[in-house]
Write a protein that binds this ligand. Structure first.
Ligand code: ADP
Ligand code: MG
Length: 325
C-alpha cells in the first residue's frame, strides 16, 4: 500500500485563473526518499501542503489524495518561524505535548533524540544562540521525535550557505536510510536533487514533467525542459533519419535511440561531458574554440561549430582560438 497517493490531483487557488496543480499522479511508498523539484511557482509547496492534510490550502480541488501514514512531520524553509520555545530542550518537549506521555517518558525521549541528532551540548542553549545548521537540525529533530512515519520537507536547507547545505544533505540522507522513514523533500537546487534521493519528480507549471531515478532524469530526460533543468546540456533541433541515426546541423550521427520512425523532428540533448574534442578532420564537425574556463575538476569549453555554440566539459586543456574536431 502506498503511503501517499494522488490521482489526477488538480488544484486552483481562489481568484487565480491558473491551476497550481494540474493532473498530478504520484505514488510514494514506505521508506522512499522522493524529491520534488521545479522552479519557483511550479506547485511544489501546494502539493506538499495537500499531502499533509491538516494544513490543506483552500481552493478548488479535484482528483484523489490518499494518505496512509501518521504521524507526519513537516519542516519548512525557515526553521526559525516554527520555533515556539526559548531553548532547544523546550522545543523538543513541545513536540511531545498532547501525546499522553509521562514526564519521565518525555525526558527519556528527549535524551534519545538529543543523542541521535548530536544535540546534547546545545540542549540548554537559547534558540537565538544557535547557528543556521543547528536550527535546521533542531527543527528536523523535533518534527521526528514522536515516531514520525513520514517527513515532508519544504526546502529545509534553503537558508544555509553552500558548504553547510552540502554537509546537511549528507546527514539527512544518512538519517533517512538509517530510520527507513519516508521523506518527501522539496528543492529547486539540481545538485541537491541528484545527490539525495531515490526518486526525483520534476514539476513545471503544476504538471509533473518526469518521475525517475536521478540517473534516469539525467541520462534519459523525457523532454528538453527536464534536460535543460537538470545539468548543463546542448539542446538542438534534429531529425531522426532512421533508428540509431540522427541528423544535427546537417551532419548524420549514430546514436542509441530508436522507435521514432523515419525523418522525424526531435529535440537532441547532448551532455557537455559526452563530447570529445579531437583533431579537426577526425570529428563529426569542425569548429573553433571560443572560450576556455577552468572549473576545478574540468574545463568548460565553448566551441563554435556549424553555426552552434557547443558546451564541452573535458579534463584536457585546450586553448581559445584552437581549430578542433
Ligand atoms: P512552488 O512551491 O513550486 O514555488 P507554489 O505551490 O507555492 O509553488 O505555488 C504554485 C502556484 O500557486 C504559483 O503560481 C503561486 O503563485 C500560486 N499560489 C501559491 N500560494 C497561493 C495562495 N495562497 N493564493 C493564491 N495563489 C497561490
Ligand atoms: Mg515553495
Amino acid at each position: 500500500m502506498a503511503y501517499f497517493e494522488t490521482k489526477n490531483l488538480t488544484f486552483t487557488y481562489p481568484q487565480s485563473s491558473k491551476k497550481a496543480l494540474d493532473n498530478v499522479n504520484l505514488n510514494i511508498k514506505q521508506g522512499e526518499f522522493v524529491l520534488i523539484m521545479g522552479k519557483s511557482g511550479s506547485g511544489k509547496s501546494t502539493l506538499l501542503r495537500l499531502l499533509k492534510k491538516e494544513i490543506s490550502p483552500v481552493g478548488d480541488i479535484s482528483g484523489d489524495i490518499d494518505v496512509n501514514c501518521e504521524p507526519i512531520g513537516f519542516v519548512g524553509q525557515n526553521p526559525e518561524t516554527s520555533f515556539v520555545c526559548e531553548n532547544v530542550r523546550g522545543e523538543l518537549a513541545f513536540a511531545l505535548e498532547n501525546q499522553g506521555l509521562s514526564n519521565d517518558e518525555i525526558t527519556v525521549k528527549i535524551g534519545e533524540t538529543a543523542s541521535f541528532f548530536n544535540l546534547n551540548n546545545i540542549l540548554d542553549k537559547k534558540i537565538d544562540e544557535l547557528s543556521g545548521g543547528e536550527k535546521a537540525t533542531v527543527c528536523i529533530a523535533s518534527s521526528m521525535i514522536y515516531d514520525t512515519q513520514a517527513l515532508l520537507l519544504d526546502e529545509p536547507l534553503g537558508a544555509l550557505d553552500l558548504q553547510l547545505r552540502r554537509a546537511m544533505q549528507i546527514e539527512l540522507k544518512k538519517l533517512q536510510k538509517k530510520l527507513g522513514i519516508t521523506f518527501i523533500y522539496i528543492t529547486h537546487d539540481q545538485e541537491e536533487a541528484l545527490t539525495m534521493s531515490d526518486t526525483i519528480v520534476v514539476m513545471n507549471q503544476g504538471y509533473i514533467q518526469q518521475i525517475g531515478t536521478p540517473e534516469d532524469i539525467y541520462n534519459e530526460p523525457e523532454n528538453a525542459f527536464v534536460a535543460d533543468f537538470i545539468g548543463d546540456s546542448n539542446i538542438l533541433d534534429g531529425t531522426m533519419i532512421q533508428d540509431k541515426v540522427v541528423e544535427i546541423l546537417g551532419v548524420k550521427i549514430p546514436c542509441v535511440d530508436e522507435g521514432f520512425g523515419n525523418n522525424t523532428p526531435v529535440d537532441v540533448v547532448i551532455r557537455p561531458e559526452d563530447i570529445e574534442i579531437v583533431e579537426p578532420e577526425k570529428g563529426f564537425m569542425e569548429g573553433d574554440i571560443t572560450s576556455v574556463i577552468f572549473k576545478g575538476v574540468h574545463y568548460e569549453i565553448e566551441i563554435m561549430a556549424n553555426g552552434f555554440e557547443w558546451l564541452v566539459h573535458t579534463t584536457l586543456l585546450h586553448n581559445a582560438g584552437e581549430h578542433v574536431g
